[in-house]
Design a protein around this ligand. Structure first.
Ligand SMILES: N[C@@H](CCC(=O)N[C@@H](CS)C(=O)NCC(=O)O)C(=O)O
Length: 258
């Protein structure tokens, strides 16, 4: 059995599937893909993932993409490799459906909105540093039409209306999580699951740093306590130590300053 994980910095999608690998204690070969050098759009990588995005899991030569799919795949392929406090996907149908409810909410209503602010603050800088003829050539290499548009918009700048809409989505999500944590210790119930990993990677870990104006400590104290509980888990801490080539002082791909 051989696992290879192609990923960028330990944040957002790259972190989201790295945490389960660490929590489950699975051995894997780590392959860093440098997004600052556009490696994700280069032929060697597009041959592995035709969508030109990280992360990618290679299990004995079979390629799995999309983090929510990768994480459920890991549960199905390695059901017995689990952290001491219980499985990352509940074994009962109701628990599993609650976990999937949160994953769907985060994938559809959180991920892209935090990402838009990150791209606005950080990828925009990368995109504007490329000379215009060169940028046109880079766009041609991007396989997904939506992603090509996102790169072009990052260069010109996202509109104030789109950014305000994204902030409103994030506020809604923060309040929803805060309410849930008033009822249960973790998002999907009393056990830690893939839903916690998803929200932490896309929003929970960086929301306070990225959006100081939201006064998260006052608005969502349970979320802050949950975030600290998450960060203290050995599996999460190990994943956070992953390779990060963002120069100190610069913003990472999710827009927080390293
Ligand atoms: N739905 C995908 C999204 C993957 C994604 O957006 N990856 C980002 C990094 S967090 C990426 O590769 N961005 C570089 C690009 O699109 O050029 C997943 O869950 O894995």
């Amino acid at each position: 059995m051989a696992l290879r994980y192609f990923h960028a910095e330990p944040v957002a999608n790259s972190l989201k599937s790295m945490i389960p690998l660490k929590e489950k204690g699975l051995e894997y070969e780590s392959v860093y893909v440098d997004l600052h050098k556009f490696e994700q759009h280069q032929p060697w990588f597009v041959a592995i993932n035709p969508e030109g995005q990280v992360p990618v899991l290679d299990h004995d030569g079979t390629i799995i993409t999309h983090t929510t799919v990768i994480n459920e795949y890991l549960e199905d392929a390695f059901p017995d490799a689990q952290p001491a406090d219980g499985p990352l996907r509940p074994r009962d149908p109701l628990g599993a459906s609650r976990m999937r409810y949160w994953n769907k909410f985060i994938d559809e209503h959180v991920m892209n909105f935090v990402s838009m602010h990150g791209w606005h603050r950080m990828v925009g800088v990368i995109a504007r540093n490329v000379e215009s003829g060169e940028f046109g050539k880079l766009l041609e290499n991007i396989p997904l039409p939506d992603q090509r548009k996102k790169w072009a918009t990052a260069r010109s700048g996202f509109s104030e209306a789109d950014l305000a809409n994204a902030t409103a989505k994030i506020e809604y999500a923060v309040d929803k999580v805060e309410r849930q944590l008033g009822d249960t210790a973790w998002l999907a119930g009393d056990g830690y699951t893939l839903a916690d990993i998803n929200f932490y990677s896309h929003c929970g870990m960086m929301v306070e740093r990225m959006f100081p104006e939201l006064e998260i400590a006052v608005r969502a104290p349970r979320l802050v306590e949950w975030r600290d509980r998450m960060s203290a888990r050995p599996g999460v801490a190990a994943a956070l130590k992953g390779e990060d080539r963002t120069a100190p002082g610069l913003r990472t791909w999710t827009g927080h300053v390293r």
